[in-house]
Design a protein. Structure first.
Length: 162
């Protein structure tokens, strides 16, 4: 797409990006698309790798990630999914390895791990499970070997309640 075609597709109001917008790599491949409001990303956006595969999709509010998001490996394989609030991870998140297998589940509050967490080996067995409070391990944590045997238990009580 040449510069003139891009200018006709994208909207500027008083020198600010506004409305639907597309951006492209030098090779002509779509880089990302979405909406601007007063020069800030606002609403649904998609971004792509230079090879055209989906990189992420999600919503912005006032130029901050907000709402449900998905991030992908370069092969269209889902890498992680979860929610943002005002640009910070918030709520339940799932993480996947490059083969598509569940690698972990975490909960977040205002960008910090908060609540139940568990992660898995590539064979699907648990690595650990436990809880966080404001990003700090809290309570009983259990750790496992690759064959699923419990190897260690620890109890954390350093978290301070605010």
């Amino acid at each position: 797409m040449n510069k003139k075609e891009m200018e006709e597709k994208n909207c500027m109001i008083n020198g600010r990006r506004h409305g639907y917008w597309e951006e492209y790599y030098d090779n002509g491949q779509l880089s990302r698309k979405g909406h601007y409001r007063n020069d800030k990303r606002h609403g649904y956006w998609e971004s792509y790798y230079p090879n055209g595969q989906l990189y992420y999709k999600g919503h912005y509010r006032n130029d901050k990630q907000h709402g449900y998001w998905e991030h992908y490996y370069g092969s269209d394989q889902l890498g992680l999914k979860g929610h943002y609030r005002n640009g910070k991870q918030h709520g339940y998140w799932e993480f996947y390895n490059a083969d598509g297998q569940l690698a972990g589940k975490d909960n977040y509050r205002n960008g910090k791990t908060h609540g139940y967490s568990q992660h898995y080996y590539d064979n699907g067995q648990l690595v650990f499970k436990g809880s966080f409070y404001n990003g700090i391990k809290h309570g009983l944590w259990k750790y496992y070997s690759k064959d699923g045997k419990l190897t260690k238990q620890e109890f954390y009580c350093e978290a301070t309640h605010e």
